[in-house]
Design a protein around this ligand. Structure first.
Ligand code: PAF
Length: 277
């Protein structure tokens, strides 16, 4: 399986792929079925596919979150190989991506970062776009694939890439869930089996809200459901227009309302969302 660790190696390999439609799936490793779904989508739509595996330090606003982030490159390589052994993997060292200081560049996001993860995790999206811009610049893919679990990240990447005139098309792919509903995430590996099982209630709560006639009481409904799961701390539950991530004037007239949730259990942050129309 082609494994590349330096930008020079990557660029040489990309030269050999000239003329081939190229798809990139950026990841931080600890791959799960959600990542594999992105990779399979990329394989369908491109002639060559790259998966980057890099735990990006600048997008972590807490050192403890960074140091506990799961990582197993050998397992990731095996999982990718099983999907398709021709996939190119880029797994650089920190010094390759941050040769000088390990700091974020500065970006403006038109307010898209002022809510939810951006508000709770200062600097997070500056770090995300810093690494995504470096990866897009290095691979120069035609298409790049991101999961809708990180919906705010997806909208920020789309908005930023459009403004920056990036030629790569950005695609969002549906959330992949564990059998009991929990949105797949590398962080799920950090949960005890009890908490992981119980966390399935978050998706059930989102579904219940989607099916509720009276959308004015969504917040109260969610709070009530969380009160039945006291080990889960709810950070936010907000219903926003999915394009702009702004508050809805009124549910009936909203174009694409989406409900977003973030909660913590056993120190692990879980996020999820659902389209309401
Ligand atoms: O979604 C992720 O795994 C990361 O935020 C990304 C896009 C790979 C950037 O590090």
């Amino acid at each position: 399986m082609p494994l590349f660790q330096t930008l020079a190696e990557l660029q040489q390999a990309r030269k050999a792929q000239t003329g081939q439609l190229c798809g990139l799936v950026p990841t931080m490793g600890a791959l799960h079925q959600g990542h594999l779904a992105l990779i399979k989508q990329a394989l369908k739509e491109n002639q060559c596919v790259w998966v980057s595996i890099f735990i990006n330090p600048t997008q972590f606003n807490k050192q403890s979150d960074l140091s506990s982030y799961p990582s197993n490159l050998a397992e990731d390589i095996k999982a990718i190989h099983l999907v398709d052994p021709s996939i190119c993997i880029f797994a650089p060292a920190i010094t390759e991506m941050y040769p000088q200081e390990v700091i974020s560049a500065s970006f403006l996001f038109n307010g898209l970062d002022c809510v939810m993860e951006g508000a709770d995790r200062p600097g997070h999206f500056q770090g995300v776009i810093t690494i995504v811009s470096k990866l897009l610049e290095a691979v120069k893919p035609d298409n790049a694939y991101f999961g809708e679990k990180d919906f705010q990240q997806l909208q920020i990447i789309k908005n930023w890439s459009k403004k920056a005139g990036i030629a790569t098309k950005i695609y969002g792919c549906p959330i992949v869930r564990e059998s009991h509903g929990l949105a797949m995430s590398s962080r799920n590996k950090l949960l005890s089996s009890e908490a992981r099982k119980e966390a399935g209630f978050i998706y059930k709560a989102l579904i219940a809200c989607k099916n509720t006639e009276n959308k004015t009481s969504l917040n109260a409904n969610i709070k009530k459901i969380f009160a039945e799961h006291p080990t889960f701390k709810l950070h936010y539950c907000v219903c926003l227009e999915e394009e702009t991530l702004t508050e809805l004037e009124e549910f009936q007239t909203a174009t694409s309302p989406r409900l977003f949730i973030a909660a913590t259990v056993e120190g692990v942050r879980l996020i999820d969302n659902i389209a309401l129309k």
